[in-house]
Design a protein around this ligand. Structure first.
Ligand SMILES: Cc1ncc(COP(=O)(O)O)c(C=O)c1O
Length: 394
């Protein structure tokens, strides 16, 4: 009998049951690699669903957490705080132009939730226009804007006056916006919906339409933020600023945090209109401050752009009959297959590469931005190998 501690049966006994779980326990991570409870090593292109842009346990984040944890762990936003102030100033320096105010929270869905509330407060209107295949989180407001029916339907009634229009289609959104629209909420690159970059033409049309109709433009950059696409934020590829930008995932180097950045049209945020016990806590702020410093000093934003291009080219060159399309921006990579993605995800894992789905037929890679060319080469060659394996249908 092995004396290795096996977390799987215990988790299976007590866990909620709401996740599709893979049959593996990850117990350690360093840089681009994670290890399971049997000591097997993986290149991690899941990265905590796009959280570990700096890789795992980045030394700068670890030491910031250590230091802050000995000074002050919790400090509600009813008080000012030195670490929070430093973070807000640093974050303001990398945000798209025109976004000068920030609300801090604890997750991506929370940031979307706040964005919807702020848009309603600022405009006095109710209607939100979101997109087909869009994903914005699982809390009731964010879920209302999420497209996938099987996520939403069991929880009806959701918040009213949310409509979904096709993504990246100018005509549909033009006819959908009315004088009752509070905000248009879109991802700049749809993530869960299949890694689909919005075109510049579409995004700038949205900007123009929202200006004309007096409603707010919300970009959900929870997944695309913090260098994932090769800019601090994906909208900076196009020089288009929203009125509200939502953030999460990689904002704090692996520590839970979310944030909402806002421009001058977001008015009426008076004391008491929103809030969160843990929002702006010094531990997350210290981690985020360290993470932003690391993105900058290690040139990771530019690296993501270059390596993303490199990886997509290599994957296209596999030229396999099962690959329908290779999409993405920076190190946000989607490989649309002509067949189901799940057997390939499983096979990749067996060969030491962790990857994600994005809908039923898309393999999604969200590697840490610190990944080396050699590791990317290895990931691509494993993808080629599993596509060719007969048991997967190759
Ligand atoms: C674009 C987008 N928005 C919001 C969310 C929700 O974030 P969280 O899971 O932190 O609540 C996600 C999560 O995948 C996301 O990709």
């Amino acid at each position: 009998m092995s004396d290795i501690f096996d977390p799987i049966p215990i988790e299976n006994k007590y866990t909620s049951g709401v996740y599709y779980k893979r049959d593996v326990a990850i117990v350690r991570g360093k840089g681009t690699k994670v290890w399971d409870s049997h000591g097997k090593e993986y290149i991690d292109c899941v990265a905590g669903q796009g959280v570990a842009n700096l890789g795992h346990c980045h030394p700068r984040v670890v030491s910031a957490i250590n230091e802050q944890s000995q000074k002050l762990l919790t400090c509600t936003e009813i008080f000012f705080n030195d670490t929070r102030a430093r973070l807000l100033e640093k974050l303001a320096g990398v945000l798209p132009s025109g976004l000068n105010k920030v609300y801090l929270c604890n997750s991506g869905a929370e940031s979307v939730e706040a964005a919807i509330k702020f848009a309603r407060l600022a405009t006095g209107k109710k209607e939100i226009i979101a997109t087909m295949r869009g994903f914005h989180g699982r809390t009731m407001g964010a879920l209302s804007a999420t497209w996938e029916k099987r996520y939403r339907q069991p929880f009806f009634p959701l918040i009213p006056e949310v409509q979904h229009v096709p993504y990246d289609k100018i005509e549909k959104i033009t006819t959908a916006i009315s004088e009752n629209t509070a905000a248009v909420l879109v991802e700049v690159v749809q993530g869960e919906g299949g890694v689909r970059p919005g075109s510049r033409e579409y995004l700038s049309h949205l900007r123009q339409l929202c200006d004309e109709k007096g409603c707010l433009l919300i970009f959900d950059e929870v997944q695309t933020g913090f260098g994932r696409t090769g800019q601090w934020f994906a909208c900076q590829h196009h020089g288009i600023s929203p009125d509200i930008l939502t953030m999460g995932k990689a904002i704090a180097g692996g520590v839970p945090m979310g944030a909402v950045a806002m421009g001058e049209r977001v008015v009426n945020l008076k004391p008491g209109t929103h809030g969160s016990t843990f929002g702006g806590n010094p531990l997350a702020c210290a981690a985020s401050l360290a993470a932003l410093g690391a993105y900058e000093d290690e040139n990771l934003i530019r690296r993501s752009l270059e390596l993303g291009e490199y990886a997509r080219e290599k994957i296209k060159n596999i030229n396999h009959r099962f690959i329908r399309e290779v999409r993405g921006l920076g190190l946000m990579i989607g490989i649309e297959l002509k067949t189901k993605a799940t057997p390939y995800l499983r096979a990749l894992m067996q060969h030491g590469v962790l990857a994600l789905p994005a809908g039923p037929t898309v393999l999604r890679l969200l590697p840490p931005l610190i990944i080396s060319k050699e590791e990317l080469d290895q990931v691509v060659s494993v993808i080629e190998k599993v596509l060719n394996e007969e048991k997967n249908g190759g």
